[in-house]
Ligand binder design. Structure first.
Ligand code: HEC
Ligand code: HEC
Length: 370
């Protein structure tokens, strides 16, 4: 299996004792109309954890050579993507997949393009840290050095015990929990479309975007079958609901998916899973180019051309909803205006998500930024 997590690291995670704290008074940055996401029992939200997680997210000392942080591939100004076709990790290693947005990631039951077993943010963090195919942060074998660096940092010396009162020193359990808490705080629900749809502000959208919304939900285009619900994806979970939705589809990009990114078949081995990828959310999609699991489409116009054509190369597993359509230039412009209305500027510039480290701090001085 590609992007495998070393067994020892997985054991550390699973053996971390579940401990019950209450919500720590955490105030979710959510509008009234949005339910809360689920939170794992062993990682209750608290402001202290979110803040610690933010510092870790931007700290390149977590990588094998001190140059790669989570933020090296997940840049807030691009809704936590990196502008590259495929992600570039430690020593310039080019991976197989495009770095997805982290906006509203707390609501996604699966945190990967194609791995249906990647069901928690805490577990996901092990992939960039320790995964070796491809190498992203290259921390394998460096754990002791990295954790003692963290222990020696004056900020962490206070922040770890505050966030994890019953743990003595920074360790993998606390690091992955804090990163999970920070990522659950990355809420994006203040786009013009939200003001229009949920805030009753009829002026928030242009007429073109309003027409584009109608087209997006029209049977001729079929977009909403997969890009549905509040996140514009058929992947969704919420607090207190036993109902978890997970949608994977083949959009006909390749007649034969390449071995380095074959889709869900890589994990399940089932032929029917060849070329199936998780439907991405379309929130902030205008700032997350290039597109698709391998970044192979440079812009939104190209994505629409792909769908108009009924897939690029076509594939035996291609979803029945991807049938192609004819549209005027004005209609394409309207759908693009609608997609652009999903950009939440407050999310891209939210100071609560920004790099907390002072310039020249060892946490960021060698960090490769996208
Ligand atoms: C080298 C670039 C790179 C680095 C560094 C990196 N990521 Fe990612 N990230 C990716 C790619 C590529 C994917 C898609 C992986 C997949 O689908 O298997 C991804 C996926 C994710 C996802 C799943 C998002 C979703 O839509 O569900 C999360 C969460 C995430 N990364 C968090 C992190 C965290 C936390 C760190 C730091 C510990 C990190 N990433 C470091 C490139 C990177
Ligand atoms: C059958 C389900 C399905 C339908 C119908 C569908 N999509 Fe998608 N969409 C997906 C999947 C799955 C992906 C990712 C495919 C991949 O990377 O291989 C995707 C990717 C995208 C992306 C790229 C997002 C990113 O972050 O890379 C955009 C934009 C998009 N779709 C818009 C649309 C529009 C507009 C329509 C209607 C014309 C539409 N989709 C119809 C399932 C669907």
């Amino acid at each position: 299996m590609r992007r495998a997590v070393p067994f020892a690291a997985a054991l550390v995670i699973l053996s971390g004792a579940a401990f019950a704290l209450d919500d720590g008074g955490y105030d979710w940055p959510l509008p009234d109309w949005m339910p809360r996401p689920p939170v794992p029992d062993d990682n209750p939200m608290s402001t202290a954890r979110v803040e610690l997680g933010r510092h870790l997210f931007y700290d390149s000392r977590l990588s094998g050579d001190g140059t790669v942080a989570c933020a090296s591939c997940h840049d807030p100004a691009r809704a936590f993507t990196d502008g590259r076709k495929r992600a570039v990790g430690i020593h310039g290693t080019v991976g197989n997949l495009n770095a997805p947005s982290l906006a509203n990631v707390a609501y996604l039951p699966i945190n990967a393009w194609a791995n249906p077993h990647m069901t928690s943010l805490e577990f996901q963090a092990l992939v960039p840290l320790f995964g070796e195919a491809p190498d992203e942060m290259g921390a394998t074998g460096q754990e002791d050095r990295i954790f003692s660096l963290l222990a020696d940092d004056p900020y962490y010396a206070e922040a770890f015990p505050q966030a994890f009162p019953d743990r003595q020193a920074p360790d993998l359990f606390a690091v992955t929990r804090a990163l999970g808490a920070f990522q659950r705080s990355l809420m994006s629900f203040h786009s013009p479309y939200d003001r229009f749809k949920y805030g009753g502000d009829l002026e928030a959208l242009s007429d073109s975007a309003k027409r584009g919304e109608q087209l997006f939900f029209d049977h001729r285009f079929e977009c909403y079958h997969c890009h549905q619900g509040v996140l514009f994806t058929d992947n969704f979970q919420r607090e207190g609901s036993p109902w978890v939705e997970t949608g994977f589809h083949n959009t006909g990009l390749y007649s034969d998916y390449p071995a380095n990114a074959p889709g869900r078949i890589e994990i399940t081995g089932a032929p029917g899973d060849a070329g199936l990828f998780r439907t991405p959310s379309l929130r902030n999609v205008a700032v997350t180019a290039p597109y698709m699991h391998d970044g192979s489409i440079p812009d939104l116009r190209g994505v629409l051309a792909h769908y108009a054509n009924g897939g690029r190369e076509g594939h035996a597993n291609q979803d029945g909803m991807i049938v192609g359509f004819e549209a005027t230039e004005a209609e394409i412009a309207d759908i693009m205006a609608f997609l652009e209305s999903l950009t939440d500027e407050t999310f891209l510039t939210n100071p609560d998500h920004a790099d907390p480290w002072p310039e020249n701090h060892p946490a960021r001085i060698n960090r490769a930024d996208p």
